[in-house]
Design a protein around this ligand. Structure first.
Ligand SMILES: [Zn+2]
Length: 273
């Protein structure tokens, strides 16, 4: 992941995996990568294809399409040379240096600040892992199952009657059921264009130290409402979502710093009774 290839004319630099463009593209564009047909395609093959869309499962989601347009420009601007592909360190000197490698590895750990908030918050680990999967478009919504080629009778959202495809963004943020849940605990919030945006904006809308707990657990219980309908034929209910969220937040109350505990309890009592 650290060694940088100089792209020449040969076909050995992998488009998604290799660090040929300031980091691996599969990490920089995870949503688009999840639509790719061949994760081991080379830079050269991608470059030589007249229309790169043929290397993706279509239709792309709105978010993936925006990334596809960005990536298409990058591919267009990448020049192939007649030289052989060569692997080198990202610094100028061809010699290995432990210090330089250390700094290089440190630099690569620049995740969006929301990720740090997720891991730092007091929610239980399984909830944090869930939201991490959500951020990487890896929660098994029907859109993802479709992409994994799993045959289902339909791929529509289970929570509403909108006949909308069940994507991550829809279930947790755009679905009328999700909107009614979030609107019941926060007003006049802005909307984002992707899941990271939505999580960040929602957490900021509470403007408190425990905001990420609310977002994480709120998202989890939307997923639980969806699963209860799917597997136990229970009707999704705003009141049930609010009760479950309240119970879970009360469970982590004791983990909150003492100086913030009273404010947290007041918030729960004001918005989730
Ligand atoms: Zn829906």
């Amino acid at each position: 992941e650290v060694v940088v290839p100089n792209i020449g004319s040969r076909d050995i630099v992998m488009f998604w995996q290799d660090n040929w463009l300031s980091g691996s593209l599969s990490v920089r564009f995870p949503e688009l990568f999840s639509f790719s047909k061949n994760e081991f395609i080379s830079v050269k093959s991608m470059k030589m294809t007249e229309d790169p869309i043929e290397h993706f499962h279509t239709p792309l989601s709105i978010q993936a399409y925006e990334l596809f347009q960005q990536l298409s420009k990058i591919v267009q601007n990448t020049a192939l040379t007649n030289a052989h592909d060569k692997w080198c360190y990202p610094w100028q000197n061809p010699e290995y240096s432990s210090i330089k490698m250390y700094h290089q590895l440190q630099e690569q750990e620049k995740a969006p600040p929301s990720f740090a908030k997720i891991w730092k918050c007091t929610a239980m680990l399984r909830y944090k892992i869930f939201i991490w999967l959500l951020l990487h478009d890896r929660v098994n919504v029907r859109n993802l199952l479709h992409r994994k080629k799993i045959i289902l009778p339909n791929y529509k959202c289970e929570l509403c009657n909108c006949s909308t495809e069940e994507t991550t963004l829809h279930v947790f943020w755009d679905c009328p059921f999700a909107l009614s849940c979030w609107d019941s605990i926060t007003q006049d919030r802005k909307r984002g264009v992707n899941v990271l945006d939505e999580i960040t904006i929602m957490a900021e809308s509470f403007s408190s130290h425990f905001s990420m707990n609310i977002v994480i657990m709120g998202s989890w219980h939307i997923w639980m409402q969806r699963n209860s309908k799917l597997f136990q034929a229970k009707t999704p209910s705003l009141q049930s979502w609010r009760t479950q969220l309240r119970n879970d937040l009360l469970l982590i109350l004791h983990r909150t710093k003492v100086k913030h505990r009273e404010t947290f309890k007041e918030w729960i009592d004001s918005y989730l009774t």
